[in-house]
Design a protein around this ligand. Sequence first.
Ligand SMILES: Nc1ncnc2c1ncn2[C@@H]1O[C@H](COP(=O)(O)OP(=O)(O)OP(=O)(O)O)[C@@H](O)[C@H]1O
Length: 696
Amino acid sequence: MSSLNPRAEGPSSPPPSYTAVSGLKTPPPNGRAGLYNGGNSVSPRRVKGEAANQTQCRNIVIYGYCRYQDRGCIFNHDTSNISPSKNPVSPSQSGIGSDMSKRKLNVESASFTPGQSPSFGNAIMASPQQSKLNPKVLEAAVFTPRVNALGLSAATPPMASAPLPQGNLMDPMMQTSGYLQPEIPPFPNLSGTFEGIGMDQTGQMNPYEYNPVAAHGAQVNPYAHQSNPTEVYYGQQSFTQPLQYHLYAPMGPHKSNLLSYQRTVHDLFLKDNLREDLQKKAEATLQTLPNSTLPNVDCYHTLVPLDLHTPKPQGKAAPASPPSTFGYTSWVYKAINSKDGRPYILRRLEGFRLSNEKAIRVVEHWGRVLSASLVTVHDAFTTRAFGDNSIVFVFDYFPLSQTLQEVHFGPNSRYQTRHHGPHQSQTQHANTEHTLWSYIVQITSALKAIHAAGLAARTIQPSKILLTNKNRIRINCCSIFDVLHFESGRTVLDYQQDDYVAFGRLILSIACNNPHAINNGQKSLDFVGRTFTPELKNFLLYLFHGPGNGAVRTIDDLLSMISFQMIQSFDSSLHQNDVLESNLSRELENGRLVRLLFKFGFINERPEFAHDRTWSETGDRYLISLFRDYIFHQVDEAGNPVLDMVHVLQCLNKLDAGSDERCMLVSRDDHNSLIVTYRELKRAIESSFSELSKRG
Ligand SMILES: Nc1ncnc2c1ncn2[C@@H]1O[C@H](COP(=O)(O)OP(=O)(O)OP(=O)(O)O)[C@@H](O)[C@H]1O
């Protein structure tokens, strides 16, 4: 394994204020240079090798008795063995180097009470010669007793004592510090529960009483007296109870059975196809039209036309042209609203004169309709900004969406080459039917919301249904006909019944892959009957003919006919949701790390403070710059840069979590080494950042 060393070049180091060992060249114990992992730990092997009954029970040491003595505790309960050297806070637990463990207690020793113990969490001494405690260590804040892994003390109720993030949570930059390293329980156990927290004689939870029987179960836990939390914390994942904010937690669903060494750094980020899709959509959203002559309309600017087809002119000018959906020349623009900065769709109908003011207010009724399968309409207004009388409808914008007309019947349609018939395989039929049911479920759900609001969609046709994602559709342009034909004299019920027929036509045309399938209705229905399941044909028959005896179609009848497909569709969307959440969780970690990198960038190499003695590269700043080298500027034996992204991710995550793990930082001239915990590094970055904020 190649050892990684920070570059041995650059300026020699100024004297750091952290505990440093000049000339320390001790290789790190785990083979990875610079990473010193828990040098104060008691080796599990040692504990394992000892006969358990020769090991002093900790409850005797701490409390003078062990309530499990007669209930299976396998450790030694002989009190005569207890000498001052069996300090309840063992050196290894307290974070003092191994040389300190040999020292006996004396009058100057910090006194121990179960509620308090001296903290030795600061930079540890790595040099065997250096036997005095770092003055910083003695000044360190008193140790608050470790409570259980949920951060609950014995006296406080669970909700009241949940660990609170440090820092100002309202400050986005400070939010990275919201991830505290949770308190680590003193005696992790195998069961994964918090059985190490015993009950005292009053029946109260006692976080200090160790229950060896519960913790060991039938077998002896070799880590039972393991007192270095970090070793258990990182080495024995299954033993740990606290949340590990610095690790990437793989979230399901997991489809591939890759082994850990087969995974790549890509597994830590969004899936490529999803990223590409989102980036293309972002690009489309931000697209502008250079040298555009399009005007600003009301509060909308930066108009980009989306309707790539030649507008279909109406009236005498072009009598042979097929009429556009609304009977007016229509234009579709993407535009930005200057009030909220968001993109919207403006659909302009050219040459429309509003004869009744009330007509345009119909749009407000559509504000009540909430459906995920509907393109929401926000506003409608008349304008002369285009040099004519136009009416403009404002809709939600869905980047890169296509109409079902384009998807199924357009020149570039992937369905064009497929001719339904005997040559199509069973799988292709099944896929087409799956798509059809997916459309049916979504349109039915939209109709349910629309009809319940006392309205009718009136635009169920291939060119007015948008495909915004795979198999994800939305009914577009609702409300336009309500305004255009405000005084038509027909009732809403009539229009609602028309919706069902239009729905049937849409599904029939897609099933037959022919936009004109309705022109030969019976033949098309026979084809559907032969090709797809009988449920689909029955569904279409209901849409075209209703329940019979002159009764009207109702949305509830429709829903009961497709209940099975609804369940299937619901299940698929739950799966899809899981996949997206899993992808989201990957970005969650990365978002935190970016904010951490921002802080690094703000702090490191500030030229304006170069001669400022209070800021210059000593103390915290020196530590941070060495840590920056440790993360990013490692080189291998041949001096080649090591570009190990996983190392960067691990370091940043541990830093953000303020882990107790230590790392060894080496000055650029190789003359000084520092051993610090990530917790200290985190503190250094936070204090430097807050100092910067005060100066700013
Ligand atoms: N809300 C929207 N979000 C994003 N794109 C949209 C939206 N509405 C329409 N579009 C896009 O604008 C283009 C034109 O849509 P339009 O509804 O005018 O289709 P059309 O076939 O031209 O219909 P018409 O015959 O009514 O003109 C389509 O490619 C469609 O994808």
